[in-house]
Design a protein around this ligand. Structure first.
Ligand code: WT7
Length: 630
């Protein structure tokens, strides 16, 4: 397709890849989607099941509260499972799973449907129905997917809390969502050790008020506290009559809330991003099918955690909607040895691997010998997400894991966008480090402070100029913040919070966050969460957190702490503070380094100037200091 010569280093797709791909001509598809945007999405929606068809594809009457497939009724869980049961896919593997300790489980579409129905009945018996919130806090196990789909089947709203979060993070999310039920596993295996999830949940529950029942899934089998009348073993409930395996599906309006997913924002506490059944279903279905070029015989592996949006959209919902066979692995990539992933790919014949730059860099550091010891020839496509991938890691991934034959889908998107937004497709020429162009039909731009498009290769704010089906609908309980944070800076346009540049070929290059969000190993954390965890320690008066570049993690957290009168800043205390943050927020939030300081740079209105701290730590010019108080 590339008639004109492109700038920079370009990897052209092979003839073979193009010939077999769903989309052979990206420009043609994009042109079609641009010219008839609603028609494009309607055509995708028609490939899914609707109990009643929509009257209107996109309703823009109450901007920025957009609605999609208005008047239609559907259910995403029905489209994930039931629709396949009348076809040969009934007997196809939907999901197979390997535990870190080598355990194995597999589920056909038929069987998965049964498990989900049974779980839905259990929730029903606890009084869960349409609109009720259910929090899910587990390791990477199949039951997590059952629980999500069971909620969806009933029209209840799930809120998955990443198993790497800890007490205060879980408490905050239970409280904000006012969850009626908590589904938790007793523990999870991480690098051979048991993480006591139920213990953490008990601590969080002691601080929270709304949870009536707790369903405990046995994974590790270590001793846990079970509170009579509140806590129930999942396997025991399954054996009781409410654990029967037939469950009527709820026919839901397309705009019915599907889930909340908490994520860090510019200021304050994590906010609950709300997604709905109809639009999210259409967006995740079409994007996965086209970008990862899903084929019936594929074995697809998204190695992210279901507790993040990547897992929601591309481990649970997207794959089941497309009817693909999907693999889930519980543990760390390097346990017990750095070849664990390569072993899994060889053993199970994985065709598509989707992971994050931080994992690639982490594996790359062990050298080429580990992957080269395995037959990775089943791999056809690779993917990356979460943060910018440095060209060096991209090329290693391409050369060593993909044997120079697998196109890499560098997908840019967010919890808020629900689906891939800037992404290649296999037929597109690739440039290492760039996600290429927006998904067909989307309109994005890079603009300056005044909202004017910047020149090619100039840095600016990344914005989205048109609504899309899988977009967030609001911030749960805080519609005002939804409007202010995303739609006010450039009225009518969605502010991503990222800075980017666009080159002469129209390819986008993400630079990074322009707000107080820090991406640590691809995980999104807010400075406010880390700071409030520090301040909750008895020795701390004030704290500031910043992200500094880190070779493996992308960014690492550095903190500046003012201690209370009379407290001495010893190395022991610094260590205690790191542990305290780990306990309150989660291990991923543990600061790399803590500096004890006497004061912090602030604006006259009292806001900490993290930019100044960052410049100082990096030894660069802090820029405009006119608002600095002293
Ligand atoms: C932020 C969103 C969407 C799944 C995981 C992250 C960064 C995401 C890329 C990419 C460069 C990326 C952005 C974005 N990001 N993908 N391919 N290249 N940066 O979801 O936790 O909501 O984070 O992740 O900064 O704003 P999230």
């Amino acid at each position: 397709m590339a008639q004109k010569k492109m700038s920079g280093e370009v990897f052209l797709p092979s003839k073979e890849v193009i010939e077999k791909a769903h989309v052979k001509n990206w420009d043609e598809l994009n042109k079609r989607a641009q010219e008839d945007y609603e028609g494009f999405w309607a055509a995708e929606a028609e490939k899914l099941h609707w109990f009643k068809k929509w009257d209107k594809v996109l309703d823009e009457s109450n901007k920025p509260f957009y609605k999609w497939f208005v008047g239609g009724t559907t259910n995403i869980a029905y489209n994930c499972l039931d629709v396949h049961l009348t076809t040969w896919r009934r007997n196809k593997l939907a999901l197979f799973w390997e535990g870190e300790n080598g355990d194995f489980k597999s589920y056909s579409y038929y069987y998965l449907h049964k498990y989900v129905c049974r779980f839905a009945n259990i929730l029903k018996s606890m009084g869960v129905g349409k609109g009720d919130r259910v929090t899910i806090y587990m390791g990477r196990v199949p039951e997590l997917a059952f629980a999500m789909l069971a909620c969806a089947r009933l029209g209840a709203i799930h809120s998955v809390v990443f198993g790497g979060f800890s007490v205060e993070a879980l408490h905050e999310r239970l409280e904000d969502s006012k969850s009626k039920v908590l589904i938790v596993s007793d523990g999870s295996y991480v690098r051979g050790k048991v993480v006591d999830l139920k213990g953490i949940a008990d601590e969080a529950l002691a601080r929270a008020a709304t949870v009536e029942h707790v369903v405990v899934v046995k994974r590790t089998g270590h001793a846990v506290n079970m509170e009579p009348g509140r806590d129930y073993w999942y396997h025991e409930l399954c054996a009781l009559p409410m654990g029967n395996m037939g469950c009527e599906v709820e026919q839901l309006d397309a705009e019915t809330p599907l889930f909340l997913l908490y994520t860090s924002g510019t200021t304050g506490k994590p906010k609950a991003i709300l997604h709905t059944h109809g639009g999210y279903m259409v967006g995740t279905y079409a994007s996965l099918k086209y970008v990862f070029d899903i084929r019936e015989e594929d074995r697809y592996w998204c190695a992210a955690d279901p507790g993040w949006i990547t897992g929601h959209s591309y481990i649970v919902y997207g794959p089941l909607l497309t009817g693909v066979t999907s693999f889930m692995y519980e543990g760390a990539p390097t346990h017990p040895y750095p070849n664990r992933w390569w072993q899994l790919i060889e053993k199970y014949g994985i065709n598509i691997l989707y992971t994050a730059p931080t994992a690639i860099r982490g594996l790359m550091k062990y050298g080429d010998a580990w992957p080269q010891r395995h037959d990775l020839s089943s791999l056809r496509l690779l993917g990356t997400v979460g943060e910018p991938i440095n060209p060096e890691a991209w090329k290693w991934y391409h050369r060593v894991i993909g044997r120079g034959k697998c196109p890499i889908m560098d997908t840019w998107w967010q919890t808020e966008t629900g689906m891939f937004m800037i992404t290649p497709m296999p037929c597109v020429p690739l440039k290492p480090g760039s996600g290429t162009r927006p998904f067909p039909g989307l309109i994005m731009d890079v603009v300056n402070e005044d909202g004017e498009t910047v020149k090619p290769n100039e840095e600016g704010f990344l914005i989205i100029k048109r609504p899309w089906p899988a977009m967030m609908r609001t911030i749960y309980n805080d519609p005002e913040r939804y409007v202010n944070q995303y739609w006010s800076r450039y009225p009518g346009y969605y502010l991503t919070g990222d800075s980017a540049r666009r080159d002469e070929d129209g390819y986008y290059w993400i630079i990074g966050r322009v707000d107080d969000v820090i991406k640590v190993s691809g995980y999104r954390l807010g400075t406010a969460e880390i700071e409030s965890a520090l301040v909750s320690h008895t020795s701390v008066a004030e704290a500031a957190a910043i992200g500094l570049p880190h070779e493996l993690k992308g960014n690492a957290i550095h903190c500046f702490v003012i201690l209370k009168e009379g407290v001495e800043g010893t190395p022991q205390l610094a260590d205690d503070l790191r542990k305290h943050v780990g306990h309150e927020v989660g291990p991923i939030a543990k600061p790399e380094h803590i500096d004890f300081v006497k004061s912090l740079p602030k604006t006259r209105s009292g806001k900490i100037m993290r930019r100044v701290l960052k410049a100082k730590a990096l030894g660069i010019d802090p820029g405009n200091l006119s608002t600095l108080e002293e």
